[in-house]
Design a protein around this ligand. Sequence first.
Ligand SMILES: C[S@@+](CC[C@H](N)C(=O)[O-])C[C@H]1O[C@@H](n2cnc3c(N)ncnc32)[C@H](O)[C@@H]1O
Length: 183
Amino acid sequence: MQNNNLTKELFSNIKTTGALTFSSSFLVDKMLSQVDFSNAKFLVELGGGNGVITHQILKRMRPDAKLVVFEVNKTFCDILDRINDPRIQVVCDSAEILPDVLAQNAGAADAIISSLPFSLIPKPVRINIYKACANGIGEKGTFVQIAYSIFLRGEFKQHFGKVKTGFTLLNLPPAFVYTCINQ
Ligand SMILES: C[S@@+](CC[C@H](N)C(=O)[O-])C[C@H]1O[C@@H](n2cnc3c(N)ncnc32)[C@H](O)[C@@H]1O
């Protein structure tokens, strides 16, 4: 499917995608600069979409690392399933089942990289996902989130030990990058 059609898919499902356009390369670079790829062996992406972040994660990942990508939209899952890389596993399901997937894998992730539209996800559900992410990165991992709103910062502060906030104008709309750790 062409990128124009994928953008239409994003737009026509705005209630679950929360975006009019996919993340810019500037935003993706800024987000991924927060991850220590040289030491990361198990990574998780939440909200893979058209794979704009996924491809850049795979580019930076170690040859022996594994990436699990969650996505709820079937059209996007089909696109992600076509990525020909033995290191990726696509879970066509909600990030709410993150704890089950972590239990089947390494138990903890070195990095969880998320573009989930949390402001559109009902509060009880998003709180469960925050808890799963905070548990999921353990003491050493990193959770990185891109978002268009500053309000998430307060919620992240309640679930992670430290929250660092970055910002870029080089995205439509301009976006925040939240980097959360537990130490
Ligand atoms: C803002 S788009 C980001 C797409 C792409 N990663 C990017 O950065 O441009 C959010 C994506 O999260 C997916 N999504 C929404 N709720 C989800 C959930 N509970 N679990 C997994 N994916 C979800 C949407 O279908 C959409 O593809």
